[in-house]
Design a protein around this ligand. Sequence first.
Ligand code: PRP
Ligand code: MN
Ligand code: MG
Length: 183
Amino acid sequence: NTIFADDIKEVIIDEKAIEKRIEELGKEITASYDDDADIVMLCILRGAILFMADLAREIDLPVVFDFMDVSSYGASTESSGVVRIVKDMEENIEGRHLIIVEDIIDTGRTLKHVIDMLQTRDPKSIKVVTLLDKPDRRVQKKIDADFNGFEIPDEFVVGYGLDFAEKYRNLSFIGVLKEKLYK
Ligand code: PRP
Ligand code: MN
Ligand code: MG
């Protein structure tokens, strides 16, 4: 799609590259579990929705879908540090394998909060898959992905699920937002 073309400074990951990397991630994830593993894929709303949908179809194992709505940014490019669980997940994860699906790990605050909370529910394992990782911005140093699509520099990116003030999520690529739009 070409909507918002004037708002994007640069496309850093195009549609083809996303597709190819997700195929690889799907294979990696498939290979790391037994065929009969009981797996719950947890999509962290709202940003991870497109990644979850595309990734799940590249995983050759039966998986259960669940969703948790977590919000920390609001209408800003800076994480507030206050992580809100807007909607909890529905599945009982005790004794089951959990795959947390994120679009991006930035400061790591969102994931830290989610992992700490879910660990108390005694899943058999927790693994994290993220499409994007911004290691330079990490505040929670121990928070990392088990499967990572792309490491990216510290620039404000939108598209393929990622928003600025709820806009740009339906772009089919990852692009850098022009600074004048949020400065
Ligand atoms: C964004 C993004 C991650 C999180 C990463 O979500 O989707 O979930 O921030 O940032 P962090 O590592 O600094 O915590 P956001 O809170 O904007 O909600 P959204 O997914 O609905 O856009
Ligand atoms: Mn999010
Ligand atoms: Mg957001």
